[in-house]
Structures are given as C-alpha cells and as structure tokens.
Write a protein that binds this ligand. Structure first.
Ligand code: ATP
Ligand code: MG
Length: 259
C-alpha cells in the first residue's frame, strides 16, 4: 500500500479539498471548499440562504460530481467506481423526510439500505430494530410512513441512515418543522450516537448545543472555522454572513456540548 495514502483506520471521516462546482446552467455555487472533519467530531455547517451548503452536501455521497477538487470519506475518494461503498459510509438525512421514505412500512424503509447492501434474515431484522430503537420508533415498525407525523417521519429518516452504520451522518436542517419536544429528543438522539456528524442548520442555538465546532460557508467558500461559541460571539463575523442569533439568545451563557 502506498505509505502516503492514509489507511481508512486513521483517515479523517471527511476531507474536502479544493472543491469547486458550477451547475449545468453555469451558476457557480462552490469556489474551492476545504474542510476536514475528524472521526467522531460533530460539526455545524452554517451559512446564509444560497451559500452552497446543500450543494456541498450533495457532493459528499456523489449525487453531484465534483467540477474540480476532491472529496474523501475515511480515505476513500468519492468517485463513480466507489459509489456503492461511499453511499454506505455517508448517511444523508435530507430536509424533507418524504424524499427518503417510499416503502409501504417503516420496517421496509429502514431495511431497504442494508438489504441492498446484502444483509438478510435475522441479521437484517436485528439491524432494523436497532436503528428504530436508537430513534425511539421501534413500536412503529409495521406502520406506513405516510401515517406518521412529520417529526416521527424525520426520526424514521434518521433510522434509515443509521441502519447503514455510516462513517458520517450528514443532516440538512434536522430541527426544521419539529416541535420543541421533538427538537430536543432529536438532539438527545444525535448526542447519544457514536458517529461523525456534519449538520447543516439555520438553528444556531441547536448548532451550539450539539456541535463543538462550526464552519461558515459563504458565497461558496469556507469563511470561518472555529469553536461554535467563539464564532457566535463574533458579532461582526456573524453579521457579515447574515447569521442572526434569536432575540435574547446569548451564546456566552448557553450550555456547550462536551466534544
Ligand atoms: N439546480 C440548480 N441549478 C442552478 N443553480 C442552482 C441549482 N441549485 C442551487 N443553485 C444555486 O446554487 C447556489 C447554492 O445553492 P444551495 O442550495 O447549495 O444553497 P444553500 O446554502 O443550501 O441555501 P439554503 O440555506 O437556502 O438551503 C444558489 O445560488 C442557488 O441558486
Ligand atoms: Mg440548502
């Protein structure tokens, strides 16, 4: 093995290097993004509307193809020849759970990924149940997803991804449209998981609560990368990227996660 290439065991969960991308209509959304996320880190990806956050996320499992630059997941390049393995390693929870739930029952939706990866029988059943338990939805296994509430569907969407035992969990706006109790319960779930997390969010208190580190993506580049609290206490930086804390929220006195 090439000694220069890091082995999957010590490679960071995610390495994005010089990533640039223009949509087919010519609109350039990313202008050279560099971002490394270590094993087990939880990182918030912040930035105003149109900054390129979703475009970046879509590169992490090869839905979009790098115009230039590279993305590696635990050392493995995101490239056509590796897509099956990359999609096992990168679990993306999209903003709208209806984009990822399409089977007649919750159990089948959660089983879909691992079954496609070759799991069968009791092993598959055990994997599905474990993922549903992690999100507190094991009692809903036989229900059709479209009979569940939005917050319940979001949990099932998280379970479909956890069932793949991903290297990195990527969540696009996980707290949007959740009631306060569901929002807190999802935070408890995310905190309890032993997995690398990259969380896109406009919910800044949520980012502070869950992610010790945050990056700001602005106009297609990483404009800041720091401890979440330090970043949020920098009023000038926040304003210059259209990031506003909720009225009365003081990041100095809010609880901060342990790394
Ligand atoms: N399919 C597309 N074709 C052309 N341009 C696009 C396409 N999708 C997104 N864009 C543009 O790329 C830029 C980045 O969009 P993106 O969706 O990544 O932003 P975002 O940071 O996720 O924003 P938001 O916070 O609103 O979700 C925007 O200027 C957007 O208009
Ligand atoms: Mg987006």
């Amino acid at each position: 093995m090439d000694p220069v290439t890091s082995s999957p065991d010590d490679a960071p969960s995610l390495e994005v290097s010089g990533l640039a991308y223009a949509y087919p209509d010519g609109h350039q959304a990313l202008f050279g993004v560099n971002l490394t996320v270590g094993r087990g880190e939880r990182v918030a990806l912040l930035g105003p509307n149109g900054a390129g956050k979703t475009t970046l996320v879509l590169h992490l499992n090869g839905i979009l193809d790098a115009g230039s630059g590279t993305v590696r997941v635990a050392g493995l390049p995101v490239a056509k020849r590796n897509l099956a393995e990359i999609r096992r390693r990168v679990g993306i929870v999209f903003q709208d759970p209806d984009d990822q739930l399409f089977m007649p029952t919750v159990r089948e939706d959660v089983a879909f990924g691992p079954a496609s990866a070759g799991l069968r029988g009791p092993e598959l059943e055990e994997r599905v149940l474990r993922a549903l338990k992690q999100v507190g939805m094991e009692e809903y296994a036989a229900r059709p997803p479209h009979h569940l509430s939005f917050g319940q569907r979001r949990r099932v969407a998280v379970a479909t991804v956890l069932a793949m035992e991903p290297e990195i969990l990527v969540l696009d706006e996980p707290s949007s449209n959740l009631d306060p109790a569901s929002r807190r319960e999802l935070a408890d779930i995310l905190r309890s998981l032993d997995v690398t997390v990259l969380m896109v969010t406009h919910d800044l208190p949520y980012a502070l609560e869950l992610c010790p580190r945050a990056v700001i993506l602005s106009e297609g580049v990483i404009a800041a990368d720091d401890r979440t609290r330090d970043l949020m206490c920098d009023g000038k930086l926040m304003r210059s990227h259209r990031l506003e804390l909720p009225f009365g929220f003081d990041p100095r006195s809010a609880g901060v996660p342990s790394a």
